[in-house]
Design a protein around this ligand. Structure first.
Ligand code: EPZ
Length: 418
């Protein structure tokens, strides 16, 4: 288990290149299962979550090649409809293979992903949608089985705008007979990116990025080449770190359109945020203003940026109210930020952050991906040394974060324990 050690107090300066988006790469890599032949991908981030899902494709009978930021997958040999527990438990987004397996092999048996630190993470809406498309669903022994001779297009209303639920159903419907309409669909950029890939494969997906997506089923799809879009959450994390350390950082190669809510909120804290093409420059203000945040489905403020902004608010001027509306248990980082001296009170789905003049370094424990990021950010401004433990959580979703911070002038290093 590795540790990351940060000496606080350095203002970040310079440029940082953003990697490909984890939450776009995962569904797009899965979409290769929908076609025979070699699909190739570039700008794939080097993350544990990606390394965890590639063996699943092999297990299902596909061929996988990966080198650097490039991955190639050929699903011609797809011959196994079972996604086993020992693979799915490492990577809950593996549930995304459910739709494509039913679409291609007429059946699927996928281990239920179970919950995680931030919430129960149910998949009832994935299953309700598949049933609407004609799949017979069975839940037993910790697995979900789905079978359908042919999926038939239908109108599906999603009770919540589930991101991976929308992606799973898009990939099931793209080869169904007839028209499927997804209502109250998620609007995240990662959905739009997946729709673009499916259309380039020969699919007919309209309306992605809006809350109504129409999918006209086709007979078959062909493989394609794709460059993964930049990771808006990684970009937002570095932007928040620039504001927090009163630094001057330019985030390169991102999609500013995907970051409107984050840019707006960062400007409200007093940071000088300027967009220049695919780059965003953030100059931190000496006085950080406290602001209120409510996490919402895209294009609202992203829940995946909530923990990072809580670290920023912990040294802001005044009281901030952070309301987490997406996940039921996404304040685990609060107790660890308190160890750094933050003054935070939690009441249900609200956290009240009273800014303090200075945090103080301490050993802390990462508990989930974005909580880890918030602890690193806290360490960047805490007086003295902060040791972040269990950084495997961080490695799931950030590509060499400590190296990127070190290049921006942070006193940060990774220590390999046992
Ligand atoms: C995706 O998770 C992201 N993961 C998450 O990113 C992100 O936080 C989340 O969307 C919200 O933006 C990937 O894309 C791989 P949801 P997902 O289904 O799809 C409820 C990160 O840090 N719900 O949109 O699992 C659910 O409980 C990760 O990168 C149901 O009730 O999230 C939650 O309250 C964390 N039934 C809400 O919807 C369902 O069938 C949103 O969940 C599905 C979801």
């Amino acid at each position: 288990m590795d540790q990351i050690i940060v000496e606080g107090g350095r203002r970040l300066k310079g440029e940082v290149k953003i990697s490909g988006a984890k939450n776009a790469a995962l569904p797009i890599l899965v979409s290769s299962l929908l076609a025979d032949g070699w699909s190739s991908y570039s700008n794939v981030p080097n993350l544990m979550d990606i390394q965890s899902i590639l063996p699943l494709f092999t297990d299902l009978g596909a061929c996988v090649e990966s080198s650097g930021d490039r991955v190639r997958i050929n699903a011609e040999g797809l011959n196994n409809h079972i996604a086993p527990y020992d693979l799915v438990r490492k990577m809950r987004a593996s549930i995304l293979v459910l739709g494509p397996l039913v679409a291609r092999l007429k059946k699927a048996k996928v281990s239920l992903p179970g919950g995680c630190a931030i919430g129960a993470r149910p998949i009832n809406l994935h299953l309700k949608g598949l049933a609407r498309l004609g799949a017979k669903i069975k839940l037993e022994h910790g697995y979900v089985s789905a079978e359908a001779k042919r999926l038939i297009g239908a109108e599906i209303y999603l009770d919540t705008a589930t991101v991976t639920g929308t992606e799973n159903l898009m990939m099931a419907a793209v080869l169904a007979e007839g028209v499927t309409t997804l209502k109250n669909a998620a609007r995240e950029p990662e959905i739009t990116a997946l729709a673009h890939v499916l259309n380039r494969m020969g699919g007919d997906v309209q309306g992605a990025g809006t809350s109504v997506i129409t999918i006209n089923g086709v007979e078959s799809l062909t493989p394609t080449e794709t460059r993964i879009i930049p990771d808006r959450i990684e970009a937002g994390t570095f932007m928040a770190a620039a504001a927090l350390t009163r630094g001057d950082v330019t985030v390169l190669n991102c999609e500013p359109d995907h970051l409107e809510a984050v840019i707006h909120k960062l400007q409200l804290t007093g940071a000088d945020v300027r967009v220049d093409g695919k780059n965003i420059r953030v100059k931190g203000a000496d006085k950080i203003e406290s602001i209120d945040i409510t996490t919402l489905p895209y294009p609202g403020f992203p829940t995946d940026m909530q923990a990072q902004f809580m670290a920023l608010m912990s040294v802001a001027n005044g009281l901030s109210h952070i309301s987490e509306t997406i996940f039921e248990n996404r304040f685990i980082h609060v107790s660890e930020l308190r160890r750094l001296g933050a003054d935070i009170t939690v009441q249900g789905s609200s956290a009240f952050v009273k800014g303090v003049p200075m945090l103080s370094g301490a050993p802390v424990m990462a508990t989930d991906l974005r909580a880890s990021a918030s602890l690193i950010l806290g360490g960047l401004v805490a007086k003295g040394k902060t040791e972040v433990n269990r950084v495997y959580h961080l490695d799931r979703g950030y590509d060499g974060m400590e190296k990127k911070f070190a290049r921006l002038g942070a006193a940060i290093k990774r220590v390999k324990l046992t």
